[in-house]
Design a binder for this molecule. Structure first.
Ligand code: PLP
Length: 395
């Protein structure tokens, strides 16, 4: 068997070091837990940046993947395929009625690329409005609409004709949403930027102005989508529908996926040959995602995320808010941010020692993205005691 030290040495030697690594070797996962190579169990509120929202190694998804692995792994989009059709049938059941044209990709950033291309193609215009604090991905197009200098600066010049507005500042919008724009792109809740929910007024005004001025509205639901915020799509919490939205992360049940979802009445937008992806729509990801949609519906995942999210946020407020580091708790469903008076990353490290995996967001927000399976016992016996310890709550 390969040892812990050997694993770390191999990753250090051969992987380009573009991730700040935690000293932890994970080898197994089940439900809301993962195990390290020494057999220690962790409550997973990191879920691979939000991917394992349906839990690690969900039985239904594992079985679907096993079945597909032995049947067909490769089927390009030029041919029809049963796993892909099953996914589309299930996925269409979780779309609001207006939506139904889907572009299949392998990641969130690719879904955003597809959205930007589709917006330009459809409107025959070039400008994009995005927001300060946003995160849309690492490829050049998605990076161009990401409102954080840290990610952008080393790679400039990026796409021209992109401007950034202030998130949640309604009175700026009239000047920002100009008729020369192809699209406005926005996360209903900024994830990487600090778990900052948009206000209803902000999204409603964006919808009103984009409609009035012939500009497409794109919601990035890569992190917020698929039940995490207490409804299947975060925009459903707001009663505001975009023209297109991007999805990724949790939709694949653990396998890589991304997709752009377009309003049916906008038609196909891309002509054959204008867009594509070698792995997009591959049978394995499709089988996993088809099963993931079934889990989502059969197990009332959004309902559970809403209930547990409210429970966790209340617990945090009641039991953590006296910490000298604590500012406030924010978020929606199981997308939770604890805003601190200090940089959050050192607390992520300390939580690992307490057997809880979490994330940071922005500089000072401790981010929790647990699976919907997290239960009250996990919260009372593991999460809250760990937070009490690392945030030095006096009792
Ligand atoms: C809102 C949002 N959009 C896009 C992306 C990019 O997704 P991916 O890392 O799958 O390319 C992310 C990733 O964190 C995200 O949070």
């Amino acid at each position: 068997m390969i040892s812990r030290d050997e694993i770390i040495e191999l990753e250090r030697s051969y992987l380009s070091q573009y991730y700040r690594k935690k000293n932890l070797v994970l080898v197994r996962g089940y439900g809301q837990y993962v195990w390290d190579i020494d057999g220690n169990m962790y409550l997973d509120c990191n879920t691979g940046y939000g991917v394992a929202f349906l839990g690690h190694c969900n039985k239904k998804i594992v079985n679907a993947v096993k079945e597909q692995v032995e049947k067909l792994l490769v089927c390009p989009m030029t041919f029809y395929n049963d796993a892909r059709a099953r996914f589309l049938k299930n996925f269409s059941r979780i779309l609001p009625p207006k939506f139904g044209k889907i572009v299949l990709q392998n990641s969130g950033t690719e879904a955003v690329e597809a959205a930007l291309k589709a917006a330009r193609k459809y409107t025959k215009k070039r400008g994009i409005l995005a927001f300060i604090g946003s995160f849309h991905g690492r490829t050049m197009g998605a990076l161009s609409v990401t409102g954080n200098e840290k990610y952008r600066r080393p790679f400039e010049p990026l796409l021209p004709d992109v401007k950034f507005g202030r998130f949640n500042v309604v009175h700026d919008l009239d000047k920002l949403v100009t008729e020369d724009l192809a699209a406005v792109i926005v996360e209903p809740i900024q994830g990487e930027g600090g778990v900052n929910p948009a206000t209803r007024e902000f999204l409603k005004e964006l919808r009103r102005l984009t409609e009035e001025r012939g500009v497409l509205l794109i919601f990035d639901e890569v992190q917020t989508g698929f039940g995490r915020t207490g409804s299947i799509w975060a925009f459903e919490n707001y009663g505001v529908e975009p023209d297109m939205f991007t999805v990724g992360k949790a939709v694949g049940g653990g396998l890589p996926i991304g997709a752009l979802v377009i309003r049916k009445d906008l038609g196909d937008i891309f002509e054959p040959g204008e867009h594509g992806s070698t792995f997009g729509g591959n049978p394995l990801a499709m089988a996993a995602a088809a099963a993931a949609c079934e889990v989502l519906l059969e197990d009332d995942v959004p309902g559970k995320a809403k209930e547990m999210g409210e429970y966790i946020m209340k617990k945090i407020e009641n039991e953590i808010s006296s910490s000298r580091y604590y500012l406030r708790v924010k978020g929606m469903g199981l997308m939770i941010g604890i805003e601190l008076r200090r940089e959050a990353e050192p607390f992520v490290d300390k939580l690992i020692e307490k057997r809880v995996l979490a994330l940071s967001a922005g500089k000072t927000t401790l981010r929790l993205l647990p699976p919907y399976l997290i239960n009250k016992r996990d919260v009372e016996e593991d999460l809250i005691p760990a937070l009490i310890d690392v945030l030095e709550v006096k009792r």
